[in-house]
Design a protein around this ligand. Structure first.
Ligand SMILES: [Zn+2]
Length: 116
């Protein structure tokens, strides 16, 4: 069944994708809103963080696609709800994310091919 979420809720969720080191480390599942990758940050090797010197906290980068739009369950948002993920992905990337385009997961060391 499809659930709906308010624009404000989606906006708040976007804020949880940055400076979220504490949330991420308190989560056992995190989701990437660009490519849809779900992972346990404690089991994933070589996590890459941005904003390492920011006093607000570090920002985790997706191990799959390298984009900084990861959200952890400890944020309180329904990170495993596919409807929620789809709505956020559409709102944040204007309908051109890997999720909304239906692209399969691919590690970022596989070079993206430029689309003419
Ligand atoms: Zn990703």
């Amino acid at each position: 069944m499809e659930r709906t979420y308010s624009a404000e809720f989606v906006k708040q969720a976007h804020k949880a994708t940055i400076f979220h080191e504490k949330d991420i480390l308190a989560s056992s599942v995190c989701t990437c809103f660009y490519c849809g990758y779900q992972f346990d940050p404690h089991k994933e090797k070589d996590l890459e963080w941005w904003d390492e010197t920011n006093p607000k906290g570090k920002t985790l980068v997706c191990p799959e696609c390298g984009i900084d739009c990861i959200i952890g369950e400890a944020s309180g948002f329904p990170v495993t709800d596919t409807d929620f993920i789809m709505i956020c992905s559409e709102a944040w990337f204007g309908g051109i994310s890997a999720i909304t385009s239906g692209w399969p997961l691919s590690r970022r060391n596989v070079n993206y091919i430029e689309v003419d």
